[in-house]
Design a protein around this ligand. Structure first.
Ligand code: 3PG
Length: 209
């Protein structure tokens, strides 16, 4: 299992945000990402098999850092921990969600999209967060604008980012990594094209964070 001595934001330049509909796809996706040089995965809790997919990856692909994404209720934080998640990601940051995620002892990225939300997360004691939905909320220009007034906040922008737009985000001082689902689109996963997932991962791994 990869060690996480630093921040979740500093493991890979691009965090693969993955939706798994078929449990049988989980391990091949994780292996393809590792083979492409991206040893991290945010497995979103958006399908009935998501927790089982996290457990399967944790058990069978020890080279990857597996996290649970789309934590939208406090109870999901504990379920993700129990499934074997090594970090948590939420699209938002209510006080109850922050408490639940902190209570697991795992590193986590709460979601923010406004300066007030960023300040609330900082007040709660956390500097690392997700910026979501990034493109719809102002994109790289927004992040550039908050870097000076709120220098302590560090972000993983996610939502609408592509291989083409990722470099502009990664060039910003307050961005550690970007997240995106473009590495594992539904059509590529649906046909089991793990070589294409690996190719996309290799391309993303070459971007500098
Ligand atoms: C997320 O949960 O981070 C987003 O749904 C990923 O956004 P994308 O699909 O636009 O990359």
């Amino acid at each position: 299992m990869p060690s996480l001595s630093g921040s979740v934001l500093d493991v890979v330049p691009v965090m693969p945000v993955v939706v798994v509909d078929d449990l049988a796809h989980a391990v091949p996706i994780a292996r393809a990402l590792v083979a492409g040089g991206l040893p991290a995965i945010e497995l979103t809790l958006r399908t009935p098999v998501a927790l089982d997919a996290i457990a399967a990856i944790a058990a069978e692909v020890p080279e990857i850092l597996v996290g649970a994404g789309t934590i939208v209720t406090p109870g999901q934080a504990k379920l993700a921990l129990d499934a074997g998640a090594q970090f948590l990601v939420s699209p938002g940051a209510t006080p109850a969600l922050l408490d639940a995620m902190a209570g697991t002892g795992l590193p986590f990225l709460p979601g923010t999209a406004t300066v007030s939300e960023v300040l609330a997360v900082l007040e709660a004691g956390f500097t690392d967060m997700k910026f979501f939905p990034a493109e719809a909320s102002g994109g790289a220009a927004w992040l550039k604008s908050v870097a000076s007034p709120v220098p302590d906040a560090r972000f993983c922008p996610t939502g609408g980012i592509t291989a083409a737009t990722a470099p502009a985000y990664l060039a910003l001082p307050n961005v550690g990594c970007v997240g995106g689902s473009w590495l594992t689109p539904a059509d590529v996963v649906g046909r089991g094209d793990w070589a294409e997932v690996e190719r996309r991962a290799r391309e993303a791994a070459a971007l500098s964070g």
